[in-house]
Design a protein around this ligand. Structure first.
Ligand code: SF4
Length: 140
């Protein structure tokens, strides 16, 4: 019998869960939860842990050098590194709107990477921002 300890991250209470199990397919008991969401979280975390991935990609012609992005929904924890790797070298052209798809079906997860911020094209008001200077110099 194995005992696993997890902290439930479903809400800010952060209950300390104790899971008694033979293996991941044979959970005997879950305790320490203050509500029914705890056991649901524990079972998912043991059988198929999922995470939202947040990172940045290169932004071309925008008012910032990087664009914040995330997976549209949770992906298997085991696909996180493959997803980050798939985003290496991805460049997005400004302007960008929140929710725009940056990369489809990242790492074969059937989940898209989307922008989480808006980015405008370099404007005369932001000409002294470094990304705008870089854009100007690259286009000379
Ligand atoms: S078990 Fe319930 S109360 Fe405790 S952290 Fe999870 S969601 Fe919150």
């Amino acid at each position: 019998m194995e005992i696993k300890n997890l902290i439930c991250i479903t809400c800010p209470v952060g209950c300390r869960l104790e899971i008694e199990m033979e293996d991941e397919n044979n959970i005997r008991s879950i305790s320490g939860n203050k509500c029914p969401k705890g056991p649901i979280y524990a079972r998912e975390e043991i059988t198929n842990p999922l995470r939202i991935v947040t990172t940045t990609v290169e932004l071309i012609g925008g008012d910032e050098p990087r664009l914040s992005v995330k997976t549209q929904r949770e992906i298997p924890k085991g696909k996180i590194f493959a997803s980050i790797k798939a985003l290496k070298g991805v460049k997005v052209q400004a302007p960008v709107r929140v929710g725009d798809i940056v990369l489809k079906n990242v790492a074969g997860t059937d989940v898209d990477i989307v922008a989480t911020t808006n980015s405008e094209l370099c404007q005369t008001t932001s000409l002294f921002a470094q990304p705008c200077i870089d854009l100007y110099q690259n286009n000379r």
